[in-house]
Each structure stands twice: as structure tokens, then as C-alpha cells.
Design a protein around this ligand. Structure first.
Ligand SMILES: [Zn+2]
Ligand SMILES: [Zn+2]
Length: 166
């Protein structure tokens, strides 16, 4: 992981040095970098405090592609914000900057697979004498095979009531 983080810093430095060389009339502050994004957003640039935020989980899943498309993508937003602040987010200026960075076919949105949040379905309703219990299909199958489940609270046996609509 440390290695990937080093590469991320190097890619930020590489793209920024290209920008500084190509646009010497502008000054580019050193951006802050945070790896605190979660979910399906890969990267964000926030101009008010020159902050680049990236999604660590997606970076570790998609190493090279993340480094060489998401990182330049966000740095390009930063550069456009300095050199042409009123141009549209993924407009011609942004695309030109991406080309300078060596990304010939810039993507507006990433296509990384985002791992779905794991939630096991529990559609089988059982009851003891004190409450309702929801069973997974597997546990329901075990119950059908004669395994009896008792409630931890009342010690009563959980009995099958029916299946929930999904
Ligand atoms: Zn973008
Ligand atoms: Zn009970």
C-alpha cells in the first residue's frame, strides 16, 4: 500500500511539473492530498483549499489505471481552475490539459467496479414466544432438515411462520 501511495505522490508531482512548465505565467500552489473518499467516487478536487481527495479502496483495486487516469483527471481540474476558472468542468481546456499529461482518451467518469455493500437476505420469518427472528435461506434449509433453533432470550424454539415478500 505504501508503494501505491508513493506512486500517487509521484503522479501528482509529475502532472504538476508539466503544468508549471507549460503555464509559467500561473502559479500552482502545492495541493493537499487526502485519501478519505469512500463509495463510488474515485477522486475530487476542491478549489477553495486546493485539496485533492482520492478513494483509497478504489486505488488499491485499480492500481495502474487509477494512478494514470484518476490522478491526472483531478490534477487537471486543479490546473483548469487556475488557468481558465470559468471553463466547463470536462470541457476543451480540461481535455487539452489531460493530453499534456499524456492521457490521450480522457474519461469523464471512471468505470471501476465498486464492491456492493454486503447484505445477506433474511426473508424467512420465525417466531419464538418472545420475538420474531429472520433467517437466511441457508439457516431455513437447516431448520427444514430438522435442526431446531432456540431463542437466546426466551429459550423457546423458533418456529417457521412464512416467507417475507422481497
Ligand atoms: Zn472530473
Ligand atoms: Zn424468544
Amino acid at each position: 500500500m505504501m508503494e501505491t501511495l508513493t506512486k500517487l505522490d509521484q503522479e501528482v508531482a509529475r502532472t504538476l511539473s508539466i503544468a508549471r512548465e507549460k503555464f509559467p505565467d500561473h502559479s500552482f500552489l502545492e495541493p493537499k492530498v487526502r485519501m478519505d473518499l469512500t463509495g463510488k467516487v474515485a477522486g475530487i478536487f476542491r478549489s477553495k483549499d486546493t485539496l485533492l481527495r482520492f478513494n483509497l479502496a478504489l486505488m488499491l483495486e485499480n492500481k495502474e489505471d487509477f494512478l494514470f487516469s484518476t490522478v491526472p483527471h483531478e490534477v487537471a481540474h486543479f490546473v483548469v481552475n487556475v488557468i481558465a476558472p470559468y471553463s466547463p468542468p470536462h470541457g476543451v481546456v480540461w481535455q487539452a490539459v489531460m493530453k499534456l499529461f499524456g492521457v490521450s482518451n480522457p474519461q469523464t467518469y471512471h468505470s471501476y467496479k465498486v464492491p456492493p455493500p454486503k447484505r445477506r437476505k433474511r426473508p424467512y420469518i420465525y417466531r419464538c414466544s418472545c420475538q420474531e427472528h429472520l433467517f437466511t435461506k441457508q439457516k431455513h434449509n437447516y431448520a427444514n432438515k430438522g435442526i431446531s433453533y432456540t431463542c437466546k432470550r426466551c429459550k423457546g424454539i423458533c418456529e417457521y411462520m412464512g416467507k417475507k415478500e422481497e
